[in-house]
Structures are given as C-alpha cells and as structure tokens.
Design a protein around this ligand. Structure first.
Ligand SMILES: [Zn+2]
Length: 173
C-alpha cells in the first residue's frame, strides 16, 4: 500500500505498525478471530460474509471507507486457494467496490494485495485484498477525519451505512 499511497497522510497508522509484532504474539491472527466470532461483527466492523470470505473495515484506514476483503481460512499463498475461494474473493472485491461506490461516491479506488511484509503486508499469512476509496485532491485525509481520536466514531457510523447498503444489495440477510 505504501507505494501508491505515499501521498496520503495517515499518522495513526504508526500505532498499527508498532502494534503488529505485539498483536501477533498476544492475540494470534485478528482476521481468523473476526471470522470465528460472527456475533461480534458490529464491534469488529465486519460488513458482510460469504461462505469463504468476509468484508471488514480497516481499523487503521488510509482513507475513509478503507475496506479489507479477507479469506475465511488462514492462507497466505494464492497457490493454496481453491477455485471457490479464488472466485469468491473476486466477487467480494466486486461487491466491495460497488458498495463503496454507492455509499461514499469516491472518484476512484485502489484495489490490491500486499504479499509479504516487504510489500507492506501487516498480516502476510492471511490473504486479504485492500479497497481504498480515493478522491481528487485527497492527499490530506486529516481534513476528512480530523484526528485519530474520532476514528472509532467514524468507523461505527460508516459501518452502519455500509451494512445498510450491503443489505439492499442482497449481500446480507
Ligand atoms: Zn488468519
């Protein structure tokens, strides 16, 4: 992500980077934990689930609406994915793009995978795609969000909007 988002200033991501090794030791894989706790989807900001994937808002977003499309299983290598998993990842990315387009009306989006830590992956062993909405002149995300302390509230509010749109789109029962 760092490569194509060098112009975005998201200082709270330093907290994330510092927490990575600590979190890995303390809590295991957060994507596995989220998948295994469907009753906590609101707290975790999981937006919808399919048989083999789920969409979750990034707690340390590059921009408003930064979504992760994650595999349900703890696999980090494309070579290990079944045909169903490959297809569902692509479909969920398609749906994520559609939901973000409806709710946030971005001017563009970055969609991609970071494979390996040197490529920017915080969680290299659990495959997930990033969808990052972009706006013309969005180099200063702070203008939208204000400061890192309002992030949790902003996430809750947007989660409600995304889930409503996902329901209207038939992604959530
Ligand atoms: Zn995992």
């Amino acid at each position: 992500m760092a490569e194509f988002n060098d112009n975005l200033w998201a200082p709270w991501r330093m907290d994330y980077i510092r927490s990575l090794d600590h979190e890995a030791e303390e809590d295991g894989c957060f994507l596995c934990r989220y998948w295994q706790q469907p009753d906590n989807d609101r707290d975790h900001h999981v937006v919808w689930r399919t048989a083999n994937t789920f969409a979750v808002m990034n707690r340390f977003p590059y921009t408003n609406g930064h979504l992760l499309i994650a595999l349900s299983q703890h696999k980090g290598d494309f070579a290990d994915l079944s045909e169903d998993e490959l297809t569902e990842m692509t479909r969920s990315i398609r749906d994520g793009v559609a939901v973000l387009r409806k709710v946030l009306k971005p001017h563009g989006m970055n969609v991609g995978y970071n494979l390996g830590r040197c490529a920017g992956a915080g969680l290299p062993d659990h495959l997930h795609a990033h969808i990052v909405p972009r706006w013309n002149g969005d180099t200063n995300f702070m203008a939208i969000i204000g400061n890192s302390r309002v992030i949790p509230d902003a996430l809750d509010t947007l989660w409600n909007d995304l889930v409503r749109c996902a329901k209207e789109s038939g992604l959530v029962d």
